[in-house]
Write a protein that binds this ligand. Structure first.
Ligand code: UDX
Length: 467
């Protein structure tokens, strides 16, 4: 069996944080010799900058019930819930049509790989007798926490908010978690609930498989125990899913780095080229977080108070947002004299630039993994979801950063922010640790290609593609 006839469909949720690892997964399959189609929800496809789609990868559109015109969600819990339900209904139907069409056109689907929040894709694949695999785009630690939540620990975790002295000792986590370290979805008081039912469905879906496959965007050295202790499903690390040219040290611009949902600025690389080594503070809060007016102002003050150059990503206002973070800033002129503010950049390109000395991040999993894989120490400013746990791991397990302290309104004041910048920029220890994680990431990336090669061989024979 050669891999030439293998055809993978990768189904993604329309967020940059899902698409980036899915794309790198796709590129590795392509490199092995498989054919790859990325199934993108219609509203996500509309937002993609099509010129960044790499050669060899086909994008197929599946319906999310928002096929013409408007943005699918305003970011509220109710709107996201509504979107997830629509995507399930319309996406399942159109994914089925795509699998059928591929078979009829002589490109039968060998395997459906799907990202989190999309467990219905496994059900569709099963109906066509096609194997499926989950691509878990958060950390193994997070998979471990949700796994234990649904397999015995839900009530224990629910109790924790009532008692500040409480801490949780889960199998596979070598540290005790406080309430402030747990993902907000499992906290009873959280205003965000949408992910929990989706994760429950995910585990129910995996239970139906005789040989469930979970690929995790991490590497073994980073989270060995967390991976091992999810005994029922034996997840496999295939990360870090970053552009391979970036990991093997060649010029990252030669590789297609992402398919952007945002228009990138073009001036940041020349600007970074003119800065000295490890001198720049890079600030970015991912693709969906919107900071409060007060928080944005505190960051601005902290940046103006340091003598260090900075590169700050402030996204343009998205549909549904009342004002952008930039609209709330009264000191833009001053900031622009001292640093560079861009609406979007290619983050992995920035983090692999030698001028960057520290990354001020919300600790989304991609950003966390990118900081570790590029060897850049961080100021951890978690907002919600898995970011709280990632920040704890960064500070206490991987020891590549410092976590900010927030005031009673949940805001990081400028003095605290500046204190953290200085600690991280001056810490030889954190820089050394970050470098070590980068070296391990490079090694893991080579090893993990073999895992995918074996998987392509394993599922190749099962290609049926007929209902
Ligand atoms: C969301 C959740 O918020 C996060 O907690 C979860 O782990 C994944 O889904 P997001 O907030 O967008 O993700 O953060 P993150 O996971 O860090 O993903 C952002 C991606 O956008 C990263 O891959 C980053 O490299 C990229 N990015 C960000 C850019 O390429 N350019 C930018 O200017 C900013």
């Amino acid at each position: 069996m050669t891999t030439a006839s293998s055809h993978f469909i990768i189904v993604t949720y329309p967020l940059q944080s899902h698409l980036n690892p899915a794309l790198q997964f796709a590129k590795r399959l392509l490199h092995i010799g498989a054919r790859v189609t990325i199934a993108a929800a219609a509203s996500g496809y509309r937002r993609m900058f099509k010129d960044s789609i790499p050669e060899g990868i086909t994008i197929a559109v599946i319906s999310d019930g928002c096929d013409v015109g408007h943005d699918p969600t305003d970011g509220s819990d109710a709107a996201i819930n509504d979107y997830i339900a629509k995507l399930k209904l319309h996406g399942a139907r159109t994914l089925g049509e795509l699998i059928g069409k591929s078979a009829n056109e002589g490109r039968p689907v060998t395997c459906v790989v799907y990202s989190i929040l999309l467990s219905w894709a496994a059900d569709v694949a099963r109906k066509f007798n096609v194997p499926s695999a989950l691509l878990w785009i958060q950390s193994a630690t997070m998979l471990n926490i949700y796994y234990h939540y649904f397999y015995g620990y839900a009530n224990v975790i629910k109790e924790c908010e009532k008692d500040p002295s409480w801490s949780l000792d889960l199998p596979g986590l070598n540290l005790q978690l406080k309430a402030r370290d747990l993902p907000s979805f499992v906290m009873p008081s959280s205003p965000y609930t949408f992910a929990l039912p989706a994760f429950r469905e995910q585990f129910e879906e995996l239970e139906k498989e005789s040989n469930p496959k979970i690929f995790v965007n991490t590497y073994n050295e980073l989270e060995p125990e967390a991976l091992r202790s999810i005994e029922k499903f034996s997840p496999v690390a295939v990360g870090p899913l970053l552009p391979s040219s970036l990991l093997d040290g060649t010029d990252p611009s030669g590789d297609s780095l992402d398919i952007a949902f945002f228009r990138r600025s073009e001036d940041y690389i020349p600007w970074l080229n003119s800065r000295s080594e490890s001198s720049v503070i890079y600030v970015s809060f991912g693709s969906i977080s919107v900071l409060s007016r007060r928080q944005t102002g505190e960051i601005a003050r902290a940046l103006l108070d340091t003598s260090r150059p900075f590169l700050w990503v402030i996204r343009e206002k998205a549909g549904g947002e009342e004002e952008s973070e930039e609209d709330s800033l009264t000191c833009m002129d001053e900031l622009e004299k001292r640093g560079l503010i861009v609406p979007w950049c290619c983050q992995v390109e920035v983090l692999s630039h030698p001028a960057v000395g520290c990354f001020v991040t919300h600790c989304g999993w991609n950003s966390s993994l990118e900081s570790l894989s590029c060897g850049v120490p961080v100021v951890a400013c978690p907002q919600w979801s898995d970011q709280l746990t990632n920040a704890r791991m960064i500070e206490d397990v991987w020891k590549t950063g410092v976590r900010v302290r927030k005031d009673e309104e949940g805001v990081v004041e400028s003095g605290e922010m500046k204190r953290c910048f200085e600690i991280v920029m001056e810490s030889e220890e954190m820089r050394k640790n970050a470098k070590k994680w980068r070296e391990l990431a490079v090694e893991a990336s080579e090893d993990n290609l073999k895992i995918l090669r074996d998987f392509v061989q394993e599922v190749g024979d099962d290609s049926v593609g007929k209902e």
